[in-house]
Design a protein around this ligand. Sequence first.
Ligand SMILES: Nc1ncnc2c1ncn2[C@@H]1O[C@H](COP(=O)(O)OP(=O)(O)OP(=O)(O)O)[C@@H](O)[C@H]1O
Ligand SMILES: [Mg+2]
Length: 257
Amino acid sequence: MRRVIFNQKGGVGKSSVTVNLAAISAQQGARTLVIDLDPQCNSTHYLLGDDSDLPELDVSNFFESTLSFQLSAPSAVDYCHRTPFEGLDILPSNPDIGDLQSKLESRHKIYKLRDLCEQLDEHYDAIFIDTPPAFNFFSLSALCAADRCLIPFDCDEFARQALYSLVHNLRETQADHNERLILEGIVVNQFQPRASLPAKIIASLEEQELPVLASRIPSSVKMKESHLEAKPLIHLAPKHKLTQAFVELYAELNKAD
Ligand SMILES: Nc1ncnc2c1ncn2[C@@H]1O[C@H](COP(=O)(O)OP(=O)(O)OP(=O)(O)O)[C@@H](O)[C@H]1O
Ligand SMILES: [Mg+2]
């Protein structure tokens, strides 16, 4: 199962959702991989800590390898590295991937990530792909490679308006590149249960028949602590309400499988 976590709006929780769902997946026994496609490298740092520990082969080396023929190219698994968390690996990002974008586009490398994932399928039960806050070559590559798309959503009016163009882009990608891609659901993040506006916004999405998931992720400073410690919530604070919301979300996503 390959999931892409995508929203072209910045700061909605893509990296937080990616890493925490992946950590729960690994903790529940699935061989799990996070692929970080964002030059900001937030998922990479969340799982591996600071720069000094970053492995040599990363997503930038992978995309670069698609631009030239190499006799002894690394195999797909060579790009994937262990994290300190059992069963959880990462294909790290690199701040330089942005420099490759126009070359990759002009040379039609949009399906290369999908090909890589196909080779990785025998090694992993679950792949979670974190994307940059833009509809660009890297996020489109991820949408071409994935079976399902999860959209973190931060429940404000601008986010609601942006969601319609996002869903339009998704439908177009489905039609043009990847028929298998399913919009798995919209994850409401930083949900404020006592305020009336978020409930109104969610109701209006539901009226438009958008698949808003029932599990809501609350706002908690535990999230920032988890980033700072480079420890996913399930390892940092397994009983915390924020962690439990992710566990419920994970169960909701997997109940139909
Ligand atoms: N449930 C939450 N509770 C509290 N803070 C949160 C929560 N989710 C995300 N945040 C905070 O919001 C900020 C953005 O989160 P995150 O980096 O996961 O979003 P993103 O969509 O990946 O951002 P970008 O678009 O820049 O990649 C971070 O500072 C994070 O700590
Ligand atoms: Mg991010």
